[in-house]
Write a new protein. Structure first.
Length: 472
């Protein structure tokens, strides 16, 4: 299998410095699965090309343990020695390790300089076809050239194979190019030659920092990279969602007030909202309570004051928020009894989590409006189908009330991270549909000063599970 990297940035022969491989030498390296060779077929000031050629030991592969082989012949007849795969990713990391990490002692200025680069993979097996291939590389700014190979040139009626000759081009740093190749080549490989566990998830998150969280195909890239292992996939996605969140400005280590908190402060709306939620939870008779999207712990602090709630769990996708909650609640100074009542956990509302099951009640306070509308259905199932607490107390802004704030420009949401804000009719329609679908009853309450035409600033739904009701 062959990877070819070319640049026309003058002096182009400086590519040898970046790769830490001298252009005048043919170099070979021993790897656990065979040998890697580095050579330069063209070297000049105007253009330089480096090649990484892998010579996979097919016999060694047969002797090794391979749980994926379903029949004996497949150990000898397969495409592993010839197609770009996890072998190539490992070779990039081991042979071009310094370049991958962005280190170059001789030309440190060039390491951070975007230069015109192209990379060619002669045989890349693409599950998902050219559409997926382009969907992976083009959002990262690459120009993609893909040529699909026929199954057999002598028999065109057999159609095309899943193999492509792929060239990607971009003006970027060599470290970024190698990083993208290191991660994405493995995405196309359904049969990684090594065990995929939590350490592999950590590699993915480390190498994809700064670009995968915003990638439109992040879920499919993560799923494929981790070989469709649901538990690893959920953990990785939860941490990517955290990375995707807009960073909150900090002052002296304390998170600043959110935009809607500044807006609502003259009404003491946050205090009224928390009071209404706690009152509803208390009235439900709940003793074991979830605070989903707990943020910096405002509601948790109120729940801790009430002895009725003997088990309180706060969950958030943001580690920064959980750290702020620890500080606000002074967790390290709680008595043993109080500390045993409280638990903070990291997790996402997008994925089923057994830790959320068997609770009396759940509070979801000013959270749903931060979710992308396409993700709402996942949230609905996580909470109302899988976790299924007896009571759910959910609050969200009333968009109609926004016109009463002179400082809020017309048409804008209360917080820049809000993906939507519902009118009263929209919220009631959504909540009633949830109740009908999952076997709950819902009643609607108002929070804050009520305008005769616009309603209250916060709308609240209290869902009560109907015992024995069918759902799904």
């Amino acid at each position: 299998m062959l990877l070819t990297i070319t640049t026309t940035h003058e002096p182009a022969n400086a590519l040898g410095y970046l790769l830490h491989k001298h252009p005048e030498r043919f170099q070979s390296f021993d790897l656990s699965f065979g040998k890697a060779h580095v050579y330069y077929p063209e070297v000049s000031v105007e253009r330089c090309t480096a090649c990484l050629l892998l010579d996979v030991d097919a016999v060694g592969m047969v002797r090794g343990k391979n749980a994926d082989q379903n029949f004996l012949l497949a150990q000898y007849v397969n495409d592993r020695p010839y197609t770009a795969s996890s072998f190539m990713s490992v070779a990039i990391a081991q042979v071009f390790g310094s370049a991958l990490q962005g280190r170059c002692k001789d030309r440190p200025d060039l390491v951070q300089t975007p230069i015109p680069l192209s990379a060619r993979l002669d045989v890349l097996p693409v599950r998902g076809g050219e559409r997926f291939l382009r969907g992976v590389f083009e959002p990262l700014g690459y120009e993609v050239e893909a040529v699909q190979s026929p199954l057999d040139e002598r028999f065109p009626e057999w159609g095309d194979s899943p193999y492509f000759s792929v060239t990607v081009r971009k003006t970027t740093t060599l470290a970024d190019l190698l990083t993208h190749l290191y991660v994405l080549i493995s995405v196309f490989d359904n049969r990684k030659h090594y065990w995929v566990g939590e350490d592999e998830m950590e590699k993915l998150l480390a190498k994809s920092e700064g670009w995968l969280a915003q990638h439109p195909e992040k879920e499919e890239i993560t799923r494929r990279y981790l070989k469709f292992q649901p538990s690893l996939y959920r953990m990785a996605l939860a941490r990517l969602v955290h990375e995707e969140e807009p960073a909150e400005a900090e002052d002296d280590g304390q998170p600043r007030e959110k935009a809607e908190e500044v807006l609502e402060k003259p009404l003491s709306l946050n205090e009224q909202r928390l009071g209404a939620v706690v009152a509803s939870l208390r009235a439900s008779g709940a003793k074991r309570v979830l605070d989903l999207g707990c943020g910096a712990g405002s509601l948790l602090r109120e729940l801790m004051k009430d002895k009725q709630f003997y088990e309180i769990v706060g969950m958030d996708v943001s580690m920064r928020s959980l750290e702020a909650a620890q500080r606000r609640l002074k967790v390290d100074r709680l008595s043993t009894t109080q500390a045993n009542r409280l638990k903070l956990i990291h997790g996402s509302l997008m994925y089923r989590d057994k830790r959320l099951e068997d609770f009396d009640a759940a509070a979801v306070v000013e959270v749903v409006e931060h979710l992308d509308p396409p993700r709402l259905s996942a949230f609905e199932r996580v909470l109302f189908e899988f976790a299924r607490p007896r009571t759910v107390v959910l609050t969200t802004p009333n968009r109609e009330y926004n016109v009463t704030w002179e400082t809020l420009p017309s048409g804008q949401f209360r917080h820049p991270d809000h993906r939507f804000e519902w009118t009263r009719l929209e919220f009631q329609s959504w909540a009633s549909g949830i109740a009908n679908r999952f076997g709950y009853e819902v009643r609607f309450l108002t929070v804050g000063p009520e305008h005769p035409d616009l309603g209250s600033p916060t709308q609240m739904g209290v869902f009560q599970r109907m015992e024995g009701a069918a759902h799904g």
